[in-house]
Ligand binder design. Sequence first.
Ligand SMILES: [Zn+2]
Length: 259
Amino acid sequence: MTLSLGHKSPNGKSSSNNGSLNKSSLEIGSLEMQLLRKPIKNLHISVLPPDGRIRVSAPEKMTDTAVRMAVISRIPWIKKQQNDFAKQPRQSNRQMVNGECHYLWGKRYRLDVIERSGKHEIDVSSGKIQLHVSPTTSQENRALVLSEFYRQTLKERISRLLPHWQKELGIAPTAWGVKKMKTKWGSCNIEARRIWLNLELAKMPPECLEFVLVHELVHLLERKHNDRFKALMGTHLPDWRERRDRLNQMPLAHNNWSY
Ligand SMILES: [Zn+2]
């Protein structure tokens, strides 16, 4: 585990703790947490639902080093809490009935189920996702029709984004794909130069998809989430932190993206 010293304010600039700063962020290894300075006696750590965000409340007088040491000693507990959240189902089980809310590209849509014979089809217009299925189509198969629509829509958008980013970064994956992933928005097999993107990204704002895609592509240039990685992100996608935070704030977010 690597430890970066000094904590960072939310705008990403390093700042020293001079007592006037009462809200900032703290990075320990791959964990990013919110640090609040309060007039309290003991340090307190909270791991918050639904996505396991970490909030550390520390006495105003406690030094940064002491805060870090206290947090480090609690890392196994923090990870356990986060794992417990990750195991919980993130979405209520969908019934695939009229009036249900479903997301597409960060926007809420009302589901309209239109029963008819013939081809399964999905139309998206004016706040509605219209699902055309036959009256005998099971709930499970209705959900499948929708998830295939998400897959297709997501793949189309990735195909449109890739040429630009391959040129911008001067690299290309040998293969890419979309799949369901429980704990990650994206992944990169550096040796095989293969990238996977989470199907759930179709539900998130498009700028979040672009952030995850760029993040995974940058891994083809730098394996680790180190300073070089962050510098590459900063050069090519200057607002990557805002995009990441947006992703973490989405109601369907099931994983806190710490980089
Ligand atoms: Zn990464």
